[in-house]
Design a protein around this ligand. Structure first.
Ligand code: UDX
Length: 440
């Protein structure tokens, strides 16, 4: 393959991580986004969200002039030969995906590539339901594919928030969905340049690659809903602990230990959205999505299960104060998209409780949503002070270190609920302590 010059279109979470890891590898990279404000910030070294390592990668790429940021798609396409499409496909209210951003940018790309003489590879990274590339993308580019100047491949992304940079550098697998060998080979040879040792690559047809992404995330979601269902059983069985059950079944190599951490339910920008989209997509094939529906419904009910623990402490009374430690949908991110904290805060406010919240990173995002309805604290101590109950909702490392003494000293009544299982029940046995999946 001719030396890759990369453009990354759509600089959200996935796009920016991909752009910066490419520039880190000394591959000439152009990051494109339609949002002027975002590009201006990026040029000034502001990522716009928190992700470990991202800031230093951005600073270095700018300093070393390894990356350009622009809103000019024409410039980006004409100066590169491979584009990663990372445009968002957000959920719609009825659980489908919104393809309008992707369609719009594809139309613009087609217009520009029409006049380009040299070959360009379009790599679809955006998560799209099966057959979208076949039915939407390929027909748009048929003339240029027939002419031989454009090829399209699908290449689902598996990186996680909180470990994005590391995940791009160490993927467990690369999936390439292709309609001809040539296009898949171009992308594979790009990855050969990118990685010192090429990770495992699976070549599939385009639609299978799209389905693999949904299968992957839905399976992870299934494991979580499974263990949360067991956690809800354990809570009724004195002496049991879901973590012990998870540890034991995780030893069976057919099950595996990961994604068996019981908690308040899965959130984030992918799992809930992808399970919903798969359910919606498979509605057209009779009775193929019963399991997926159950996975989602268990998850939707999990915040209610957490509130049942509060009920047991008898704190669900008007004007009582609940402290929430942790707002992000998981640690090491400031992302609150589909975070359980939102649902729980809404339910508690509805019951007339007062809320004090603290998160090391996600405060600003939460404030945008709840405005003056709740009290935002600048430290753990401030959040715990004079409260009737504390609810740990995110597994931040700084919360793991908390000792019962702190709760006793600061709270009105030391009622603690660990929805993430980061506190040791034995150490907390001296105060009022309950946890997801702990029978007592
Ligand atoms: C997920 C997929 O893991 C990733 O491969 C894909 O590219 C994007 O979607 P992400 O959304 O970053 O990544 O988060 P993930 O680590 O998968 O966690 C999702 C949710 O599940 C979080 O709310 C997390 O707290 C929860 N979770 C995860 C559990 O409750 N228990 C577990 O054992 C694991």
């Amino acid at each position: 393959m001719v030396k890759a010059r990369v453009s990354v279109i759509g600089l959200g979470f996935v796009g920016l991580s991909i752009a910066l890891t490419n520039s880190k590898k000394q591959i000439p990279t152009i990051g494109v986004d339609i949002e002027e404000g975002k590009i201006k910030k990026l040029k000034n070294g502001i990522p716009g969200f928190f992700e470990p390592q991202l800031q230093s990668y951005l600073d270095e790429s700018i300093k070393e002039k390894l990356i350009k940021f622009t809103t000019n798609l024409d410039y980006a396409l004409k100066n590169t030969n491979l584009s990663f499409l990372c445009v968002g496909t957000p959920p719609t209210d009825d659980g489908k995906i919104n393809l309008s951003f992707l369609k719009k940018v594809l139309k613009d790309i087609h217009k520009i590539l029409k006049s380009k003489k040299t070959h360009h590879l379009l790599v679809i990274k955006s998560t799209v339901v099966p057959q979208t590339t076949m039915n939407v993308v390929l027909p748009m580019f048929k003339d240029l594919i027939d002419k031989g100047t454009v090829d399209v491949v699908t290449n689902p992304e598996f990186l996680r928030e909180g470990s994005a940079i590391n995940d791009v550098f160490n993927p467990h697998l690369i999936v390439i969905g292709e309609y001809n060998k040539k296009s898949g080979k171009i992308l594979e040879s790009f990855y050969r340049q990118f990685y010192k040792t090429l990770p495992e690559v699976i070549h599939t047809d385009i639609t299978s690659a799209e389905l693999i992404k949904y299968a992957n995330n839905t399976f992870l979601a299934t494991k979580i809903s499974f263990i949360n269902s067991l956690a809800n059983i354990c809570q009724n069985l004195p002496g049991t602990d879901v973590n012990t059950i998870a540890k034991a079944i995780g030893k069976d190599p057919r099950i595996g230990p990961l994604f068996l951490q019981a908690g308040p339910g899965f959130g984030g920008s992918c799992l809930p959205k992808d399970v919903s989209a798969l359910i919606n997509f498979s509605n057209k094939f009779e009775k193929t999505n019963e399991l997926f529906k159950a996975v989602l419904s268990v998850n939707q009910n999990q915040p209610v299960k957490v509130l049942e623990l509060l009920k047991e402490f008898n704190v669900l009374k008007k004007n009582n104060t609940v402290s929430i430690l942790g707002l992000a949908f998981k640690k090491d991110t400031d992302d609150i998209r589909a975070a359980v904290s939102i649902e729980i805060a809404k339910l508690l406010l509805k019951k007339g409780l007062k809320l004090k919240v603290y998160d090391p990173m996600a405060m600003d995002n939460f404030r945008k949503l709840f405005k003056e309805k709740i009290t935002y604290c600048s430290s753990i101590d401030e959040c715990l002070r004079d409260s009737d109950c504390c609810l740990v909702l995110t597994e931040w490392d700084s919360f793991r270190k908390l000792k019962p003494k702190k709760f006793e000293k600061l709270m009105k009544t030391p009622n603690v609920i660990d929805a993430r299982r980061i506190l040791d029940p034995k150490k907390f046995s001296g105060i009022n302590f309950k946890a997801v999946g702990l029978g007592n």
